[in-house]
Design a protein around this ligand. Structure first.
Ligand code: HEC
Length: 99
């Protein structure tokens, strides 16, 4: 029974719609530290688009940062292990579409 329940929950998680926009950012609490056009604790999404556009594997790089967190020159961004790779990639592509 427990096994069936966990399969059901997993299936629901897979079929949930992917939120690849500001709604995703809000739901995943990115907006606590980031905004599209404004610097908060971290850089704006548009700045990220400018920085990564043209780099090889830009969307994969961004997706890794989204899941694992990031430490550059500023305050450290915490990891987001609750975000799956597909959602991270979709959101990364949305960031890259902003430039
Ligand atoms: C607690 C605050 C906080 C939260 C929440 C947060 N970030 Fe960040 N993020 C930062 C900070 C601060 C930096 C810059 C770190 C540095 O430069 O050292 C950063 C950097 C980044 C970068 C890399 C930018 C670069 O210059 O390379 C990406 C991409 C990013 N965040 C995406 C996200 C996404 C997507 C979410 C939501 C899933 C998120 N962040 C949630 C604080 C946060």
């Amino acid at each position: 029974m427990k096994r069936i329940l966990s399969i059901l929950i997993a299936a629901m998680a897979v079929s949930a719609p992917v939120l690849a926009n500001e709604e995703f950012a809000k739901e995943k609490k990115c907006t606590k530290c980031h905004a599209t056009d404004r610097v908060k604790t971290g850089p704006s999404f548009r700045e990220m688009a400018k920085k990564y556009t043209g780099q090889a594997d830009a969307s994969a790089k961004l997706a890794t940062i989204i899941i694992k967190g990031f430490k550059g020159t500023g305050e450290e961004m915490p990891a987001n292990p609750q975000i799956n790779e597909a959602d991270a990639k979709t959101f990364a592509n949305w960031i890259l579409s902003l430039k």
